[in-house]
Design a protein. Structure first.
Length: 331
């Protein structure tokens, strides 16, 4: 379906858990007693499948499973399989920190996952641990190697945070050298603990890549999402940038988000939402749920105002800005 600005909304990110086995400093606070959702506050498989049927009916064809760490959800592959059976669902992908990937990738591939993004912010073990909080670098590498054995797309996503990983950027780019793996650099967004860090910018990193590896060629063919890709001479994979801050892409935004506690968010920045879990559990009919979802998508905000509004708590029209952590929303 289209929203009020004519954008075609066909992509849904589902956060299947708010829990995580890493503590990336820019994403989750490092407190001892972090509170997670009690099990009965999470959407059940049944509820997610029911909502996905409605989403597919109104034109959502691509679904990304995210979290928290999605591989911590028990029975994820079965859930993926069930969603893949829904008419209209054409593509299912996953974003993961990779820690548990080695053992699960086979079942996920069989269930219909066609593309995996592995989040990796450092190319060295010690550096990885200092950002992620836990020494799971080797497990992530094993998951990465295993995923490459399957006929699926494997990408690496690195968040640019000058204070955390500036010295790692070029080493990370090299993962695209010898394998057909795209390495994408994501600008840090001022959400949750991410607010404390300064993002590196696309133009600056591209200049460094050119300086090290020679000229790069911008790829005319765009992927499904907001990434802009470059081919570097001698690299099998591509270098991509997702630059929500310096190269804002709201006018082409095609996505909505379903949080682990069953809230539909039409835009990452704003708190405005529909409490779908509550509606489901109140016994609302398919028709009522569809109406609520359609209305929310239609009213999707025009654009984020991260730059203008970082210090304020609400936008110019009075909409409250998001206070959830990125791990709760799903990225
Ligand atoms: N645990 C999974 C993972 O790390 O891929 C999925 C959830 S995580 C919230 C999804 C993505 O959001 C990760 O690539 C992570 O690096 C990114 N992310 C988290 N906080 C961010 C921020 N403030 N700005 C930009 N990206 C962020
Ligand atoms: Fe966990 Fe992913 Fe957030 Fe890191 S980025 S803390 S792996 S949810």
């Amino acid at each position: 379906m289209q929203d009020q600005y004519g954008r075609v909304i066909d992509y849904l990110r589902i956060s299947v858990t708010d829990q995580c086995n890493l503590r990336c400093v820019y994403c989750m606070p490092r407190e001892e007693n972090l509170r997670f959702l009690p099990k009965d506050e999470l959407l059940t498989d049944e509820e997610i499948v029911r909502l996905c049927r409605i989403f597919a009916d109104i034109g959502i064809s691509r679904i990304k499973f995210t979290g928290g760490e999605p591989l911590l959800r028990k029975g994820l592959a079965d859930l993926v399989f069930r969603i893949g059976q829904i008419p209209g669902v054409k593509e299912m992908t996953l974003t993961t920190n990779g820690v548990l990937l080695k053992d699960q990738i086979g079942a996920l591939y069989q269930s219909g996952i066609s593309s995996v993004n592995i989040s990796l912010d450092a190319a060295q073990k010690e550096h990885f641990s200092s950002i992620a909080g836990i020494d799971y670098f080797e497990q992530v590498m094993e998951g990465f190697e295993e995923a490459k054995k399957y006929p699926m797309t494997v990408k690496i996503n690195c968040v640019l945070a000058r204070e955390l990983n500036e010295g790692q950027w070029l080493s990370l780019a090299e993962y695209a050298k010898d394998a057909k793996v795209d390495v994408r650099f994501i600008e840090m967004m001022p959400i949750g603990t991410g607010k404390q860090y300064t993002s590196g910018g696309q133009d600056e990193l591209l200049a460094r890549i050119k300086e090290r590896y020679g000229d790069v060629e911008e790829q005319k063919e765009k992927g499904n999402g907001p990434a802009i890709y470059y081919k570097v001479q001698g690299f099998l994979g591509r270098i991509g940038f997702i630059s929500a801050m310096s190269h804002k892409f709201c006018s082409q935004c095609n996505r909505i988000r379903l949080t682990a506690d069953g809230v539909l968010k039409p835009c990452l920045q704003y708190e405005s939402h529909v409490e779908l879990k509550r509606m489901l559990r109140q016994g609302r009919t398919e028709h009522e749920l569809t109406e609520l979802i359609v209305k929310s998508i239609f009213q999707k905000p025009k654009e984020h105002k991260f730059q203008e509004q970082q210090e304020k708590r609400c936008d110019l029209t009075g909409n409250m800005l998001e206070k959830k952590k990125m791990s709760e929303i799903g990225g």
